[in-house]
Design a protein around this ligand. Sequence first.
Ligand SMILES: Cc1ncc(COP(=O)(O)O)c(C=O)c1O
Length: 417
Amino acid sequence: MTTLTSTDAAPAGAATPAAEALALKLAATRRRVGALESSAHRRNSFMPYTPVAGTPYVELDGQRLLMMSGYSYLGLAGDPRLAAAAARAVDTYGTGAHGVRALAGTTPLHQELEAEVARFTERESALVFSSGYAANVGTIGALCGPGDHVFVDKLDHASIVDGCQLSGATVTRFRHNDPEHLDSRLRAAPATGVRLVVVDSVYSMDGDVAPLPALREVCDAHGALLMVDEAHALGVIGATGRGIEEHYDRQVRVDVKLGTLSKGIPSMGGWVAGSPDLVYHLRYGARPFLFSAALAPAQCGAALEALRILDREPHRVAHIQSESARFRTAMTDVGMRVGDSTTAVVPLIIGTDTQAYDYATTCREEGVVGLPVVTPAVPNGLARLRIAITAAHTSEHVDTAIDAFVRAAERRAVARA
Ligand SMILES: Cc1ncc(COP(=O)(O)O)c(C=O)c1O
């Protein structure tokens, strides 16, 4: 086995070619991040926020800030009912995972959670993974391999892209939210093997929704399966938060539904819901499921409780939808660019990476956290603050945020329409 620090082939004190090559990579990362985060004041990544219990505020370096970039859409992250459910799970099953699910890692709580996910997502069966990332990589890898074809939207999440690459299938990208382009891509591809189309229900950096009925039509015309990633849709779109099928009044169904338990549902883990045969196949064929420890019992308990609360408290979903519409309108009225967002995720599109960082820093001075998303996560020149409106934000919080974002835009002379 070789190690990075091995000096076998080099005189004492001299760097090996491998060490030099690595040093270049390490320096490049320092340069890239350092160019944006040039001082402590301008830092936006890896900041240690402490939530202020029962509020959407966080503390950072003794300052109280309104968090506007969190993922806990349903506002349940600090809910005592989830904490109690997690504690009960730890009392019964302990803190550890006990192993992989196929061996000692399955508890009755995992089965209960899977039954609840299936019921909530209106499917017969479900499987929970230890993350949404693992769910995407495992599912795509179990459904497709060499000789098969996966078609992905250009803006699909990185875990979908990674799943495609690891699967060994032929991967074809189509233009964002463009069913006609997908149609031409499917037409051009060999009609052999599995043909799987994978899209996000809600795009995580743009907040727009996939055109599901048109995509279904194209898939049906070419005998392709349709899979959606509901990471930013569960609890957010559809009248009761059931995601993209409910959003389109259940006109069409997808073949594979997948999501996370780490966003609207504030726990950890991922899920896949579908037919019993599909779930059976994933249990024995999805490598990140087979070869990684089970979801921890505390996270199962919290997720189960959150799903039940979501079922009983659909007003949380209605609140997210009405307040995010109000926020979007207010921001567009003052000329800020919010792209095609129609959901809780509202990008404030600023321009260059540096401009987005400057704006985020000024927003923090105005008392709000709006976190910048820069290249390569978004195209050059479209760096943005990714804002998410949650059920924890009251109308007053949203008004406070609007005022702060507008003041910061004026101070920074952010280009407005
Ligand atoms: C669309 C999408 N899918 C999957 C994931 C991965 O989920 P997790 O964070 O639970 O691993 C994310 C995470 O940000 C996401 O945005």
